[in-house]
Design a protein around this ligand. Structure first.
Ligand code: 3H9
Length: 691
């Protein structure tokens, strides 16, 4: 075995040269990897005893892409294009032998090999779009030449990982290899040579491209069908344009178009934000005082107390992951209704073809409904999702303390309440933790993991690991009212309510936040949730606009009128009734209405959130600014291309935000009082990124 460099080996197996990469964790195309590939292929090509070359990787995966951490830095060593040219122009067949995930630049390397073989568990994709990019090493020009334009459009704009079987069916993989990949790939390479098969260059395949020529409607239809999904993002459109170039331009010209658009994205703010989010998400999993080797507790059975919307959604996460759940309700009818909703959810998913009918039954088979708390005695984790009232929570935890087996994790799904106080209702506060799921709990990716004063490290480590098992992003936060997400949200909500009294209409506030990239504004959200949530007809006193609306039977989307008026298809229209209610309310409460421009709406609603985020950091309730960003992206639909509120604040300029907060404070009082941390960062010329 000849070491080419620290990450590359070249071995001759008879007449087959095997180039092996070993660059953990994911064999990304760092300068060292590119150098190793370049030298290894040069040597193998020059070796007269070699008739074919196999490229294979050690570790958990084939090359998973360019090395993202090198982006934005000066390039050293051979470029990826140089390496690709060397491979594609080799004078003997090159076979890429694929396992794990072949992604991005990794797939682009595989696409310059003359043949590709893979194990049945491999997956292939061009996920650059998720980093605000497009495949910049020929992927957009080569992929449609193999899989056709429609499939290529789907792959580059979704970033999805295509399983080996489908990739084989598309022609992306030439052969699937059961058993030992290395041996199989070598045998395949020998077969190619023995059969005298050509050095197949993907760049020369034109039939799939020709089939799409003169059919611009393919692209127009695709854009139209996906307009909602792509809203606000630059990268999907740029990806589409590169596939268009593959159809309309000669190969070399198409490469140039790809390069130009790639560089535009790479140097723009959206990709910077999306790359930041990629690393931020992985960073969130790292807890400074809970090292990776902290022992975790096995979670083989889960109890959920409460079969309402939240309890049901929480249960589904575990059922989906194959973990049995016992779900508890006090009343038979509520229990039946809750279980019925879970079944219906699964059946609806099955109807849409996203779940096999037999999987509906498997999942429901893991669910045990019960009205008896004692049935939770053998659960490893019990999550309480009962009414949001401290006394009720304490009562439940007091009972659980007597029932749960020693070492079981006792979790509360509270959105606001003090986890330490809840823990005090037990004799084992070290086993108590907050697991704050976001509605709909089976859909939203965020899990705020609330660390109590006494929560044991192994309980934290278990919760972090569990979040991954159930497909969530776990973010560790500290105890404070509303934790990270809702605490910041409260700032935005307060200002939104104030703004409509001061003269902006609900649809103005909603439009500004929607155009910023949020899924919907606060008033559309209220209408969706129901204006009467928490509204008590017996106690109502016309003390807020919402109360007045409820008193007028304006309850939101469900009865066709709330802040907005709705037609039979639930399309919203600004409501003159609501407008009058607001104007009357402002007059009654002595608020002078004025014209409020969009910029003020944006600054009034978002800057106080950033300020609250800074306070949260100051108090140590979040470990890092990027954790706050992950909360907002995954729990509240903050546009990922703006990188979360703290990253966004850095991009706006903290000095600008501070100055505006001070101005608001002068005009409107201490709701806008800047946090000490914000003042400090500005004084030092730093951003949240420097913390
Ligand atoms: C590209 O290729 C551009 C080209 O078209 C054009 C070039 C000209 N670079 O996710 P994990 C690290 S763009 C650097 O926890 P998993 C990651 O940070 C790229 N580092 O593991 C983490 O580090 P740490 C297109 C990377 O098993 C560790 O590896 N490719 C890269 O759950 C483990 O990661 C992609 O977008 C990278 N490319 O999932 C693929 N990838 O341990 C991005 C990972 O210090 N990667 N790291 O926190 C993934 O999707 C997943 O990592 C993968 C493994 C599925 C591969």
């Amino acid at each position: 075995m000849a070491a080419i460099n620290e990450v590359t080996d070249l071995t001759n197996e008879g007449d087959v040269a095997v180039v092996t990469l070993n660059s953990p964790p994911v064999n990304a195309l760092s300068a060292k990897v590119r150098e190793g590939l370049d030298k290894a292929f040069e040597a193998a090509d020059a070796d007269a005893s070699v008739k074919s070359i196999v490229l294979i990787c050690e570790g958990k995966t084939f090359i998973a892409g360019a090395d993202i951490s090198e982006f934005g830095k000066a390039m050293t060593g051979p470029s990826l294009q140089d390496v690709q040219n060397r491979i594609e122009n080799a004078s003997k067949p090159v076979v890429a032998a694929i396992h794990g995930t072949v992604l991005g630049g990794g797939l682009e390397v595989a696409l310059v090999a003359h043949y590709r073989v893979a194990v049945p568990t491999a997956k292939a994709g061009l996920p650059e779009v998720n980093l605000g990019l497009l495949p910049g090493a020929g992927g957009t020009q080569r992929l449609p030449r193999i899989v056709g334009v429609e499939k290529a459009l789907e792959m580059v704009t979704s970033g999805q990982h295509v399983p080996a079987k489908a990739a084989h069916a598309m022609g992306l993989f030439d052969e699937l290899i059961d058993g030992d990949l290395r041996a199989g790939a070598i045998a395949f390479a020998r077969k190619i040579v023995a059969e005298g098969r050509p050095l197949k260059k993907v760049r020369d395949l034109n039939d799939k491209i020709d089939a799409a020529k003169g059919k611009p409607e393919i692209f127009a239809d695709f854009r139209k069908a996906n307009a909602r999904k792509f809203r606000g993002f630059l990268a999907p459109e740029y990806n589409i344009q590169t596939i268009e170039a593959a159809v309309n331009e000669p190969f070399e010209q198409g490469l140039k178009t790809e390069r130009k658009l790639f560089m535009e994205l790479m140097t723009g703010p959206q990709s910077a934000a999306q790359r930041y989010v990629f690393f931020a998400e992985r960073q969130a999993a790292k807890i400074p005082d809970v090292p990776e080797d902290t022992p975790t507790l096995p979670i083989k059975k889960v109890g959920v107390i409460g079969a309402g919307t939240m309890g049901g959604g929480i249960s589904m996460n575990f059922l989906n992951a194959g973990i049995p759940v016992t779900i508890i309700e006090a009343k038979q009818e509520n229990l039946e209704r809750g279980v019925g909703v879970i079944r219906k959810n699964y059946e609806n998913t099955a109807k849409k073809g996203r779940l096999k009918p037999e999987d509906v039954e498997t999942r429901m088979g893991l669910l045990t409904p019960s009205m008896n708390l004692e049935d939770l005695a053998d659960c490893d984790l019990i999550i309480e999702a009962v009414f949001e009232l401290m006394e009720i929570k304490k009562d439940v935890f007091g009972k659980l303390d007597k029932i749960a087996k020693p070492g079981a994790i006792l979790a509360t799904n509270t959105s606001y309440l003090n986890v330490d106080e809840i823990a005090q209702a037990t004799s084992r506060p070290e086993s108590v933790i907050g697991l704050h799921f976001f509605s709909p709990a089976n859909v939203m990716r965020l899990l705020e993991i609330v660390r109590g004063e006494k929560t044991d490290r192994s309980v934290i480590a278990t919760a972090m690991k569990l979040s991954k098992t159930i497909g969530k992003v776990g973010v560790l936060v500290g105890v404070c009212f509303g934790f990270v997400g809702n605490r910041m949200l409260a700032q935005r909500q307060r200002e939104a309510q104030k703004l409509i009294l001061e003269g902006a209409m609900p649809w103005d506030v909603d439009r500004v936040l929607y155009d910023f990239g949020l899924p919907m504004g606060p008033f559309a959200m209220s209408d969706l949730a129901g204006l009467d949530i928490g509204w008590d007809p017996a106690k109502t006193s016309s003390s807020t606009v919402r109360e007045v609306l409820c008193e007028m039977d304006r309850r939101g989307q469900k009865n066709g009128k709330g802040f907005y008026d709705y037609d039979e298809n639930r399309n919203a229209k600004p409501s003159p009734v609501t407008e009058q209610v607001i104007r009357d309310f402002a007059a009654k409460t002595g608020v002078n209405q004025r014209d409020i421009d969009d910029q003020e709406i944006l600054e009034r609603t978002l800057y106080p959130m950033v300020n609250e985020g800074a306070k949260i950091l100051e108090e140590g309730k979040a470990i890092r600014a990027s954790d706050i960003d992950i909360v907002w992206i995954n729990g509240y639909g903050w546009p990922v291309y703006r990188g979360g509120p703290m990253h966004w604040a850095d991009s706006v300029g903290l000095d600008k935000i501070l100055a505006r907060l001070k101005q608001f404070q002068n005009e409107m009082g201490d709701d806008f009082k800047p946090s000490a941390l914000l003042e400090k960062l500005v004084a030092e010329g730093k951003g949240f990124k420097d913390l």
